[in-house]
Structure formats: C-alpha cells, structure tokens
Design a protein around this ligand. Structure first.
Ligand code: GSH
Length: 219
C-alpha cells in the first residue's frame, strides 16, 4: 500500500497550512518538494493549474486546494478539535479564512512583491493589510486564539500569511501596538506543529527515492 503524495513548496503559506493539518492528523505521506520555476511534469499532469500544495490520494483522487487538504486530513483524524472550535462554527472559521485568502492576501502580495506589479504603492497595501491585522488583534484580545482558548483550523490556516506579512518589514510589525496578535504569532510559530513541518528537502525529480513524512505528535 502506498501513501498519499504531497507536492509542496517549503515557503508557500498554502502548503504550510496543508502540511500542518496532515501532521496533526497523523497522516503519513510522501513529500515532493517543488521548485515553482521548474515544476515537475507529474504535477502538471495531475493538476494543470499546477499550484502547490496538491495531494494525490491513494485512491487516485486529487486535492488541489490547501483548505481541501486540511479538511480531508482533519475529517479523518482531528485529535485537537481543529474543525470544532470552542466558539463559533466551521462556517464562521471559513468566512474568516476567506478574508485572509481574499483581500488580505491581495494586499500582502502588493506589499511584499511590489516588483511584480506596475504602479503599486506598497505602503498603501501595507495600510490596507493592517486593517486585517487590527481585526485579528481585536478578536485575539478576547480569547487568545481566533475561535476560543485553543487553536483551531482558522489559526493554522491564517498564521502562515500573517508570518509573511510580519516578515516583510519586521521592525515595522514589531513596533505595532497589536500585542495580542504579536503574542499569537509568536506562540503559533514556535509550537511543534509549525516547526515540525519546516524541514528542508531537496527538490524532487522523477525517479528519486521517496521521502516519507511520518512525523506525528504522539508522545
Ligand atoms: N488556492 C490555492 C493557492 C495555492 C497557490 O497559489 N500556491 C502558490 C505558491 S504559494 C503557487 O503554487 N503558485 C504557482 C506559481 O507560482 O507558479 C490553494 O489554496 O492551495
């Protein structure tokens, strides 16, 4: 019996969220590190849009959206109730994630990757992105995590994007007066679910010996 195959890119925030959910749900999978400028033909064959992450299940089914991969893994095994937050519902979490993946991601890209776009003012997009940071800080001031006193799907799905935004100009971020958000970011990035998925792997090529990721969090 084989394992599911994850096409991933270490620094991609979408791939990070997928890897965190696969890990917490104790999935063993083959990881294929992709170089985005040189995508393997196997990935393009499976998923012509060829973004990462893509998960090929042993049944042959393909999951090509990071949130679908998270939900697939957690529906199999969700030891810490990521899909069942303390407050609110899965639907509420998906609404907040949609804001992160929509406007916030747009502003993040136009702030961080300004050279990719024409006539873009990165400071305008930093300011627009900051509105989402403020919203999160307000929520986190109440509960410590986005949907209660323990982290859930929303925290893990959103944190890789806040990390990128924060790291774009770290000094600016550190000087913001969003102490609940800063503490949350620090907490999630130093916890084992994040650090365990940041291993470095060589780029995968056809014929390589499979790299099996079997890290799980059983003590
Ligand atoms: N909606 C997709 C977005 C994935 C995505 O855009 N990934 C980026 C890397 S972070 C990518 O693969 N871009 C394709 C490219 O750069 O060629 C998901 O949630 O999985």
């Amino acid at each position: 019996m084989g394992y599911p195959i994850l096409y991933s890119f270490r620094r991609c925030p979408y791939a990070m969220r997928a890897r965190m959910a696969l890990s917490v749900s104790d999935q063993t999978y083959e990881i294929r590190e992709v170089v985005l400028s040189k995508k393997p033909p196997e990935l393009i064959d499976l998923s012509p849009k060829a973004t990462v992450p893509v998960l090929q299940l042993v049944t042959g089914q393909i999951l090509e959206q990071s949130l679908d991969i998270m939900r697939w893994a957690l529906e199999k095994h969700d030891p810490f109730g990521w899909l069942e937050p303390e407050y609110g519902t899965l639907c509420d979490m998906l609404k907040l994630i949609k804001k992160a993946d929509g406007d916030f991601k747009y502003n993040l890209d136009h702030y961080k990757y300004v050279q990719r776009y024409k006539n873009v003012d990165p400071l305008f997009h930093r300011m627009e992105g900051e509105l989402f940071l403020r919203l999160l800080d307000e929520i986190l001031g109440q509960y410590n995590y986005l949907f209660g006193s323990r982290p859930s799907l929303a925290d893990y799905a959103i944190v890789p994007f806040i990390r990128q935004f924060a790291n774009t100009e770290r000094k600016w971020f550190d000087e913001l007066r969003y102490s609940s958000l800063q503490k949350w970011l620090d907490d999630l990035l130093t916890n084992k679910y994040f650090t365990a998925i940041m291993n470095k792997y060589p780029a995968w090529q056809t014929g390589d010996k499979p790299i099996i990721f079997a890290n799980n969090f059983r003590e």
